[in-house]
Design a protein around this ligand. Structure first.
Ligand code: AMP
Ligand code: ZN
Length: 474
């Protein structure tokens, strides 16, 4: 059976068949972060979803080329650069580094390419040049360049395929007045924005004067530069379907309109949004969590990852603190079972058990049905626990179960090495507690233990040293 994915382009489940005639290589592009602040758990959901797609394609035997861009020039960034008085690079580097740390703590695999928009200005200019040459882009009085949807359509381009827009009904040829940016039509979008004083030092020379790229053209230029004119799969959050991805299609296919009728992208997958405690995430509601906020409360990246991988990517996900505590206890059930299996297996090695792998594969082939896949995993863990308790597994069976888990976990990506997961802050507190005990300041040591516990961890003293474990919620 092949993998089926829900293609936003057709609004249908489709068999996943790569463009590569050998059926081996798969090229994917995921819209990356806009680096002007710390990413929130909504963004993280989308990145974990992309990581899961990549890992599952690799699990299925494909060779994946994964590109994720860094949007490091864009309106919001420029506003913040002006407020802080820093240079563009000084400003974006801080958030790019923070993003990469967050990305790593979610155990997401590093993309093979992470292009920054500012390093691809020439490709962007070249692409705009092609659109100008085709007569589907135009310059307005202030020097900015716009994409003309009307001209694109008059030359045979189809606009609105992704959003399933009935163009005739929705946009009755709306001409707009001069004060609306000089555009010929309200639906047109900027490819190149002419330099204005508020841009400060953020500008580049171009054949059309100084300025900077529009956001949509950045992704078209970077994806095609690295993956070629047509590639397999484009991913992002559902908010990007329109206009961002729709405009990416128009620009990319528009640049060689009439010469190449291959689609820009074969499959489009979009992750649904995340809500917090049943509501839209917003700073004013106080439910806006960055990963750092959750670390401060003693949670580890992998616990957040587990929670985010537990629901289907096309369903709106309700993130709750109770859910996160539940993730912790679900993970400790897996951990305990693995520990028992390791004890039984000892040094014995084996290959994975066919049965559980094929049931897992069947669930995941169905448009990444993770809820079903986790159900299979937990049933299997229950039966392993029972077997261990009842009759005892022999070392080969235990080793086969461990090999099966490793194979399944190559998709879920949950590290179970405790030292990887304990937040820095908890390690520091545990160290201070240890020092307090050594100097016989037991009251301080107890206070520190309580503090650690309030953050969701507990310290155990053992003859071989201390052990730090997630605090068990009963
Ligand atoms: P941005 O940094 O705003 O460009 O967003 C990076 C990625 O996060 C994009 O793919 C967005 O679609 C996605 N995203 C933004 N907000 C949410 C949310 N609340 N839930 C899920 N994904 C989101
Ligand atoms: Zn993009």
């Amino acid at each position: 059976m092949s993998i089926k994915v829900f293609n936003t382009l057709s609004r249908n489940l489709e068999d996943f068949i790569p463009l590569d005639p050998n059926g081996k290589q798969v090229d994917i592009y995921c819209c990356g972060p806009t680096v002007y602040g710390y990413i929130h758990i909504g963004n993280i959901r989308t990145f974990v979803f992309s990581d899961l797609v990549r890992r599952y394609l690799e699990f299925s035997g494909y060779e994946v080329r994964h590109v994720m861009n860094i949007t490091d020039v864009e309106d919001k960034i420029i506003r913040r650069v002006a407020e802080t008085g820093k240079s563009l690079t000084e400003f974006t580097q801080v958030y790019e580094k923070a993003f990469l740390r967050d990305f790593k703590s979610m155990n997401c695999l590093s993309p093979h390419h992470m292009p920054r928009a500012t390093e691809h200005i020439q490709s962007i200019i070249d692409l705009i040049g092609k659109l100008m040459h085709k007569g589907i882009a135009y310059q307005v009085q202030d020097g900015s360049i716009y994409f003309s949807i009307e001209k694109y359509r008059s030359k045979g381009g189809q606009y609105g395929r992704l959003i399933h827009l009935n163009f005739e009904e929705m946009r009755p040829g709306d001409r707009v007045s001069q004060d609306e940016y000089d555009k010929e039509s309200a639906a047109d979008f900027a490819l190149w924005k002419a330099r204005v004083p508020e841009d400060g030092e953020v500008y580049w020379p171009s054949p059309w004067g100084e300025g900077r790229p529009g956001w949509h053209i950045e992704c078209s230029a970077m994806s095609m530069k690295i993956l070629g004119r047509s590639f397999d799969l484009h991913l992002g959050g559902e908010d990007l379907v329109f206009p961002h991805h729709e405009d990416e299609i128009a620009q990319s296919e528009g640049a060689d309109l009439g010469e190449n009728d291959q689609p820009f992208v074969k499959y489009w997958m979009h992750g649904a949004h995340l809500q917090v405690e049943g509501r839209k995430m917003s700073k004013s509601l106080g439910n806006f969590h960055t990963l750092r906020d959750l670390f401060d409360q003693g949670f580890a990246g992998v616990e957040v990852r587990y929670l985010l991988t537990s629901s289907h990517y096309r369903e709106t996900f309700n993130f709750t603190m109770d859910g996160l505590r539940g993730a912790r206890s679900a993970m400790s059930r897996i951990k305990e079972c693995l520990e028992k299996l390791r004890e039984v297996a000892g040094e014995t090695k084996s290959t994975p058990t066919e049965e559980v792998i094929s049931r897992f594969t069947e669930a995941m082939d169905d448009d990444l049905n993770v809820s079903k896949a986790w159900g299979i995993v937990f049933d299997w863990i229950r039966s392993l626990n029972k077997q261990i308790a009842d009759t005892g597994l022999n070392p080969t069976q235990a080793a086969a179960a461990l090999a099966s888990w490793d194979r399944i976990n190559s998709v879920f990506g949950l590290p179970f090495d405790p030292s990887d997961e304990i937040p820095e802050e908890i390690l520091k507190l545990a160290e201070l507690r240890q020092e307090a005990r050594q100097s016989r300041e037991f009251e301080t040591a107890d206070k520190l233990r309580d503090q650690i516990q309030s953050k969701g961890w507990r310290v155990e003293d053992s003859p071989t040293g201390i052990k730090i474990k997630p605090f068990q919620i009963s």
